[in-house]
Design a protein around this ligand. Sequence first.
Ligand SMILES: Nc1ncnc2c1ncn2[C@@H]1O[C@H](COP(=O)(O)OP(=O)(O)O)[C@@H](O)[C@H]1O
Ligand SMILES: [Mg+2]
Length: 283
Amino acid sequence: MKITLQHVDHIYQEGGVSETAALRDVDLTIDDGELVAVIGHGGSGKSTLALLMAGLYQPSSGTVELTGSKDPEHPFRSVGLVFQYPEQQLFGESVFEEVAFGARNQGTAEDYLPVKVREALEQVGLDPDVMWYRSPFSLSGGQKRRVCIAGVLVMDPQLIILDEPTAGLDEGGRKWIAQLVRRLNEEGRTVVWITHNMAEAAEVARRVIVLKGGRVLLDGPPQQVFSEEETLMSAHLTPPPAARLVRELQRRGWDIEASAVTVEGAAEEILSHLASGKEGGHA
Ligand SMILES: Nc1ncnc2c1ncn2[C@@H]1O[C@H](COP(=O)(O)OP(=O)(O)O)[C@@H](O)[C@H]1O
Ligand SMILES: [Mg+2]
């Protein structure tokens, strides 16, 4: 499913004393099947963008349009949003109720709900038998996230938006999320992954959108976006360590391409440079 934003402004408390323009003149098209990372400093408008894409907010001006929804009458029902804070999403008395909610809303028959919930919990690596009756509020931060994701996956969204799903998770949790994001995309879903972690964005996404002050500052493949070091710095963002390493070697006189953004990519560049025997020169 494709999403198109045209001239989107979003203003909170319009006309009030605390009026805030969270998004300004945003033009974006995300095509069916894309895997996009959205990055930006706190307050740059990422969550507002997510809420607009999910149809939960209406833009103050401009349009948000979905094409290719399997439910053309209600296209936003094909969008799933995993909220930034699990507390924004969780409300159920039990994990079962929590995850069943979305499926029930979609009209899933009551006796079929347990099957759907079980499937969704398995997709996020939670044991249904252990989780079923537990209160979502009694779970660890990582488990809460997984329940939130299951609550969205149970609706089988064509476009899924995850708003900083790795925040507060340890290394293992972050790796798991990165794998999940990849898998969801491989299953044919369009994925918008909001993150503040440049290395994660570089490794997983094929396109990176950078927001600054509610505007799109950069938009392109990770190699291109992360080479714009100064522009990123102006948005209080630092390119991923691997990209910085390669650029630093280049600055010090190595004749290599500064396009690597991942650790693997940087290793490739360095090894092929060493193999070419060009490392002798000191700048
Ligand atoms: N409900 C709200 N009411 C008023 N201002 C808001 C609200 N939500 C967000 N904002 C403001 O809008 C701007 C963008 O916020 P947000 O979309 O949450 O950014 P991000 O997710 O990148 O941190 C910020 O200045 C924030 O303070
Ligand atoms: Mg946010």
